[in-house]
Design a binder for this molecule. Sequence first.
Ligand SMILES: Nc1ncnc2c1ncn2[C@@H]1O[C@H](COP(=O)(O)OP(=O)(O)OP(=O)(O)O)[C@@H](O)[C@H]1O
Ligand SMILES: [Mg+2]
Length: 222
Amino acid sequence: MVELVKVSKVYPPDIMALQDISLSVKRGEMIFLTGMSGAGKTTLLKLICSLETSDKGLVEVAGHDLNRIKPVVLQRLRQKIGVAYQDFRLLPLQSVYQNIAMAMEVSYLPPATIRKRVESLLEQLGIADKRDKLAGKISRGEQQRVAIARAAANAPTLLLADEPTGNLDATITKLVVGLLESLNQAGTTMIIATHDQSIYRQTNHRVINLEHGRFTEPPMEP
Ligand SMILES: Nc1ncnc2c1ncn2[C@@H]1O[C@H](COP(=O)(O)OP(=O)(O)OP(=O)(O)O)[C@@H](O)[C@H]1O
Ligand SMILES: [Mg+2]
């Protein structure tokens, strides 16, 4: 699903965010990306969803080389990738409902299907009562859950979650992890960047650790 070969990313003028990274993520896999603040986790996710481009190396997603992909093909590919950003990127003046539904409206799904899906996600994440609130007027922990719901809405082929439990207590963290696990079991490939050991310590999923833009040990094949 994701193939990185000797990828480097430099932010001008000279910040080596990633150096010579190689990683292969199989379809249906769920992997955790760990590492200290500034290690390069967000940068790695941004390369995979094509929000940033690599300076060196190959970034391939679902068989497409992202440095060569045509804009129209990229647009279609991105509809299959759900991203829960570390900084959420919600539209603050739109409702919670609208922020999540938007992800599905671009796929021309019937309105009733969209409504059922959005309401089910809100329920699963414990924010059903925030449905009609403006996304800018709810707590950070609630905004975080809206970002996750939006990323999950379209049953994406690939889901990238950047610190999905950063603002959540242990009880809500379990709801989020439960949702992510169930999506993974339904076939979604998942890459989760996190500091939160509680969400991967007791799983069998692969954990890879970044340090100053490099993996501390070469990632094992799944
Ligand atoms: N847009 C940018 N311009 C310049 N430097 C950047 C930019 N984004 C990130 N960096 C730098 O690149 C390095 C990797 O940053 P990145 O955001 O990928 O780390 P991270 O592992 O996600 O950290 P955190 O755990 O704090 O979210 C850091 O040194 C950071 O300061
Ligand atoms: Mg980050």
